[in-house]
Structures are given as C-alpha cells and as structure tokens.
Design a binder for this molecule. Structure first.
Ligand SMILES: Cc1cc2nc3c(=O)[nH]c(=O)nc-3n(C[C@H](O)[C@H](O)[C@H](O)COP(=O)(O)OP(=O)(O)OC[C@H]3O[C@@H](n4cnc5c(N)ncnc54)[C@H](O)[C@@H]3O)c2cc1C
Length: 372
C-alpha cells in the first residue's frame, strides 16, 4: 500500500516511457531537452536495460553495398534513402548528444568481405550506389579495397575482394549506454528498473500504467519495448530475432581494425581494443532464434567459431572469453513502426537490428508525432 507521499510524488508524470533501451532513453532526452519542465518517468523491466541496447556489437553503420542493393530491391529507392539517412542522422544525434569520447567512438570505416564462391553481382552496382548517395554525403562512400584482406590478416584464400564504406565507425556499447543513462538522469528523468509493465489502460484524463506492484499515471505514454511489444500490443506486426555474439580474449598484434560484414551482413565482426567481437549467423536457424528468451544457440556458436578460426584469425592462436545473446525485432520489410496509437499513446519499435544507428532519430520522430 502506497503512502500519501508516495502517491503524490512518485506516481504521476507528464510522460511515462516503457523501456530503457536506446529508443526509450533518447525519447526521454528529446522531451527534456525541449521542455525541461515536463516530468518524465522511464519504466524498465530489467535491473539493467534488457533487450538489445546493452547487448549489441556497437557498429555505427549505415549499410554495406550488398545490404543496400537488397534493401532497394525490397523497399524501392525512396524508402531505402529515407532509411539510410535516418541511420546517418541517428548517429549524428547520438554522437552530438553524448560526445565521441564518452561513447569511445572510432571512425575506422566499414568493410564488406566478398567471399569466394558467394554471389558477387552486387559489386557491379558500386558506381550506381555512389551516385545515388553522393548528393547526401558529398562524397563517394564505397571503394574497392582488394588489399584489405591482407592488411587485416584475414584468410586471403577465402576473400575475393573487400568494399570499404568510409563513413562508418564503431563505439563501445557499454560506455554508450552508461553515458546515455547518466545524461538522461542529469536532465531530471526518473528511471525505475525492475518495473515490468503488465497492463496499460487509457482514460480520458491520463494513461494508467500497471506494474506488478505499483500503478503509475502519465498524461502521455511512449511504448519503446521493441522485440517485447507483443506482450502489451498482441496484434502488432513484428517478429523477435535473437542474435548471438562472441568475444575473444586479448590477441597480441591484432591486425583487424574497423567493422566488417560478410554474407549479406548476416555475419559481422570488429576489433574491440585488441579483441575480436563477432556476431551473427541468425540465418542458420531463423526458427530457433525467433524467440524473446535469451540463451545460446550451439549450432550458430559453432559456425561463428569456425569462421573466427578459418577466416578472421587464420594465423593466430586465440581463446574465447565470453558469449551472450540479445533480442531484436524485425518486420517483413525494414520500415520502422513509429506511430501514434491513440490520443495519449505512441510507440517506436521494430528497429530491424539497426538501433544503435536509428534509435536516436526514431526517438526524435516519436516525440514529433506525439504532438501531431
Ligand atoms: C546481438 C546484437 C547485435 C546488434 N548489433 C548492432 C549494431 O552493431 N549496430 C546497430 O545499429 N544495431 C545493432 N543491434 C540492434 C540494436 O541493438 C537495437 O536495434 C536497439 O538496441 C533497439 O533499441 P530499443 O531501445 O528500441 O530496444 P531495446 O534495447 O530492446 O529496449 C527495449 C527495452 O524495453 C524493456 N521492456 C520490454 N518490455 C517491457 C515491459 N513490459 N515493461 C518494462 N520494460 C520493458 C526491455 O527490457 C528493454 O530494455 C544489435 C542487436 C543485437 C541483439
């Protein structure tokens, strides 16, 4: 039973946001940066944010050549451009908000490996893609870098060529989320963790947000729960997709530097200081990874270890240090679900595995649409 003081002070807000991932935290920042007097509460079910934002690989990427070609096939040129520019703008918002030092941002470039025996027809579209993006970036983003496999110590027998995207970078996921949480709190946002929202009920004057123990009331509600949204909105069109990640122990004289992709972006690796962080392989078991439960998938972990040994570190002995998983949300195409659900409720979910880049921009759009 709450005291009179608790009821008065802790349970009523102008805005309540469900989910303390990049999107929810960034939405809180957008509100406080524009309207410092508004009261904002974030409710997070985990003790730490517990979806994708603290589990990702920290790629500050806007799209490899093969991914871009596939996206144009899927969505058309206009929607592809919109998505790419959203990713770019999202990264600029994140970097400007927190500062590159705080998130350990490094601008080492993105590299797509074209493997022997795999379809490489997309390379013919390199000039077209450069022209398409030139107006927006004022430079040709993609260049062929056939020497890169040797430069980074990769297995040259397996890599046909490499395509570099020079504007891509990498960040430290842990530092970025810690900096974002601290910045959000400094703005005066309340964050309550261990608060699983079970039910939401809109009334004429507010939205009732019920957790296991306490009921909160907000004039506006933002749902930023990404892969877990079906729990609150069962009919929503999104599928959960778990992602597996492994990290090696430190490797002396590691040559890999930057973010790397292969097999249409299904596999991705990077250096983190002198370690390799390597994730992906969801395409090996789409059904098994269509889950909101965290956990390993041994079939995928075995393949990641195989590529690590054969492709990424062919001449180096290394040890595995740790592995983990995170949960993403996907739709039938790559469009994001940012919309007003009712008079007082809006949502921003389904980030299709690109939320490090997109989360901050999506949050800005969320706040804008909640006013329209
Ligand atoms: C393995 C992996 C690697 C990735 N690598 C990259 C990358 O390199 N670059 C990139 O751009 N993107 C990457 N992503 C994607 C990116 O991390 C996500 O798109 C982004 O973090 C989504 O942020 P979000 O805030 O929308 O969702 P989330 O981070 O999932 O946050 C949603 C939050 O809501 C909370 N929540 C859910 N339901 C409730 C409830 N009922 N009550 C209270 N709280 C609730 C959850 O606990 C969670 O903390 C990766 C994702 C994974 C899993």
């Amino acid at each position: 039973m709450l005291s009179f003081w608790e009821k008065n002070t802790f349970t009523n807000y102008d805005y309540i946001i469900i989910g303390a991932g990049i999107t929810g935290l960034s939405a809180a920042c957008e509100i406080k940066e524009n309207w410092p007097d508004k009261s904002v509460l974030i409710l997070e079910k985990g003790l730490l944010p517990s979806g994708a934002s603290t589990k990702n690989a920290g790629f500050a990427c806007i799209g490899s050549l093969s991914e871009n070609c596939a996206d144009i096939e899927l969505m058309g040129e206009d929607a592809f451009l919109h998505l790419t520019l959203n990713r770019w703008q999202g990264l600029q918002i994140l970097r400007n908000r927190l500062g590159d030092d705080a998130i350990a941002y490094e601008s080492n470039g993105g590299y797509e490996l074209v493997l022997e025996g795999k379809d490489d027809a997309f390379i013919n579209r390199l000039d077209y893609m450069n022209q398409l993006l030139f107006t927006h970036f004022n430079k040709s983003l993609f260049t062929l870098q056939p020497q890169a496999a040797k430069q980074f110590g990769l297995n040259q027998n397996l890599v046909k060529t490499v395509i570099k995207n020079e504007v891509e970078g990498q960040l430290d996921t842990g530092k970025m989320m810690q900096a974002l949480i601290r910045y959000t709190q400094k703005l005066g946002v309340s964050i309550i963790t261990g608060a699983h929202v079970l039910n939401v009920q809109e009334n004429p004057e507010n939205v009732l947000v019920q957790t296991e123990t306490i009921d909160f009331r907000g004039k506006h509600l933002f749902i930023c729960t990404n892969a877990f949204t079906k729990e609150l909105l069962p009919g929503i069109e999104l599928e959960a997709g778990r992602g597996q990640v492994i990290v090696t122990a430190p490797i002396p004289n590691l040559k890999v530097k930057g973010i790397f992709f292969f097999d249409e972006g299904y596999y991705y690796f990077r250096n983190y200081q002198n370690r390799i962080v390597f994730g992906g392989g969801r395409n090996l078991d789409f059904a098994g990874e269509n889950t909101i439960d965290f956990g390993p998938n041994q079939k995928i972990l075995d393949v990641l270890q195989y590529y690590l040994k054969e492709l990424i570190l062919p001449e180096t002995t290394f040890e595995m240090e740790h592995n983990w998983s995170g949960i993403m949300a996907f739709g039938s195409d790559k469009t994001l679900l940012v919309k007003r659900i009712s008079e007082r409720q809006s949502m921003a979910v389904r980030l299709n595995g690109m939320g490090v880049a997109l989360g901050s921009k999506l949050a800005r759009d969320l706040v804008e649409i909640s006013w329209s």
